[in-house]
Design a binder for this molecule. Structure first.
Ligand code: 5GP
Length: 192
């Protein structure tokens, strides 16, 4: 999506070859008009697929997921990151290990908000190694719900996230696809 690529180019900061900072319009401060357009585009792409819920991982996915859910007229659910705790029969839980950050967290979802009739679109801000999205898919499948696809604002195509998801038969739709980064220079797939 041209608009997002232009915004990344003007306001994004490539810290090195692998980490992009978009704190001024996505991760810390949010540009609401831009976010609305991004959420709507994700919703339009996945329209007419029988989606019953949009799910995201707290916290940076919440804004695009909410706007996407508004476009699809379905509820949005937040998969919560919590420290490990005793088993709770009302919660679905799965451990997500972030190899990039070297940390683990427990992703949880109350059984009140999902069931086997749900067809769920997962939305997140970034797709890198696909660990977060894979954890979200695992959690949603624990509820015997089905996955409609994964909608992403920014994909780094030089990391293996898309491959991991597509190997499981999951459709990935990303609004901006970064082919490569260097300090002060970002190349998109369309230009690579
Ligand atoms: P994963 O490696 O699991 O696909 O990425 C997990 C999470 O790490 C994403 O949801 C996103 O919040 C964060 N992340 C990954 N790469 C980047 C990046 O380059 N910049 C920022 N700001 N966040 C990232």
């Amino acid at each position: 999506m041209r608009l997002l690529e232009e915004k990344i180019r003007s306001d994004g900061i490539a810290l090195d070859e692998s980490i992009l900072k978009v704190d001024s319009f996505i991760n810390h401060q949010i540009d609401p008009e831009l976010m609305q357009l991004l959420g709507e585009e994700l919703g339009r792409h996945f329209a007419d697929r029988g989606i019953t819920k949009v799910a995201t991982i707290e916290s940076s996915g919440i804004a695009p997921a909410l706007l996407c859910a508004m476009e699809l007229h379905v509820p949005m659910i937040i998969l919560k990151k919590q420290p490990s705790k005793a088993l709770n029969s009302d919660l679905y839980q799965t451990i997500v290990t972030s190899y990039t950050k070297g940390t683990s967290y427990e992703l949880t979802l109350s059984s009140k908000y999902i069931n086997e009739h749900d067809h769920v679109l997962i939305v997140d801000d970034f797709l890198a190694n696909g660990e977060a999205a894979t954890g979200a898919i695992r959690l949603i499948r624990k509820a015997h719900a089905t996955i409609a696809g994964v909608g992403i604002l920014i994909e780094k195509t030089f990391q293996p996230g898309r491959k991991k998801l597509e190997e499981q038969g999951i459709e990935v739709y990303a609004l901006a696809r970064i082919a490569g980064m260097q300090k002060d220079s970002i190349t998109f797939v369309s230009e690579a």
